[in-house]
Design a protein around this ligand. Sequence first.
Ligand SMILES: Cc1cc2nc3c(=O)[nH]c(=O)nc-3n(C[C@H](O)[C@H](O)[C@H](O)COP(=O)(O)O)c2cc1C
Length: 349
Amino acid sequence: MTRSQEPELARGRKDDHARLALEQQQEMKQSPFDDVRFIHHSFNETNYDKIDISTTWAGTKHNAPFYINGMTGGSTFTHQYNDKLSQVAAATGLPIATGSMSIALKDPDIIETFTIMRKNNPNGFVMTNLGAHHPLENAKRVVDLMEANAIQIHVNIPQEVVMPEGDRDYSMWLRNIEALVKGLDVPVVVKEVGFGMSQKTIKQLIDIGVENIDVSGRGGTNFVTIENDRRTQFDMSALANWGQTTPESLIAADSFKGQANILASGGITDYTHIVKAVAMGARAAGMSGRMLHFVNELGIEETIELVENWKEAIRLMMLLLGVETIEELQQVDWFATGDLKEFKTLYKK
Ligand SMILES: Cc1cc2nc3c(=O)[nH]c(=O)nc-3n(C[C@H](O)[C@H](O)[C@H](O)COP(=O)(O)O)c2cc1C
């Protein structure tokens, strides 16, 4: 492959990701959050008028405990999604992230497929996104291009392994993330891409100064399956179950709640999952595949209405659970069933 072919290949990859992720949404029926159940109590002291669903992470107070996670940009096909998703974010106040801007550093022609998100949402909380190997100057450049409020740094070894053109050297990622955290003057969110995080990973991130961690677990968009579908070499679908689910990752993160803002994404497909993720310790929950599906199937106006309905549904679930703030929601009684129950025994204090 010549260097001039690289951006073209990357554009094709972005299109494949969006197309295959949308196909996965059609098949998604079960959720790992099905194994998380609340305990119902017949009395509570809560008054609907006192319920506050706002939450704070990455140094900012946000009006609701969910956000649109990093996905698209980098091609004509994905530009339309950044346009639509950022209109939803602007109308609802949800934080939003771009997809990886690596491609924009190589091909200035496609910068606009990302900056449309800031143009549509001038006052919103916008995060940019890059892989963990990028030097500080690249991170500063994408933050400037987006006038970003924060940057997401993604870690995605299983995806790179199965991706035919994936990176094969991850030896510097952790040290590099440390340098990015030290050198940037916007908050850094380190995120997985649907494979979850272990207790060891979360501790390593906290030890190098990362204050915002999106565990992005298994159970939603599956990048082993997506990259395997793009492969012409031998089949690697046997790795489709790699990683920890989002609830498993939140159990692993539980003991670090006071040391970092834990964010949850991966398989969030309805408002009950957001409430469960917060009850398990998350500050907020991120949605990618299902949001893409919503703007694709419903369009902008209906997606905005759906987001507003979800905010109200979260408020009503907090009323049901007898809590008035996100901090109180993080303390409610829940229990695990199925495989999650077994996983939880690993982390018994
Ligand atoms: C079409 C698509 C493209 C994605 N591209 C990126 C990306 O560029 N950077 C990143 O950090 N995560 C990316 N992701 C991963 C998501 O941010 C998220 O971690 C993962 O999809 C799990 O969440 P979900 O089940 O809600 O989709 C992408 C997801 C989708 C669906």
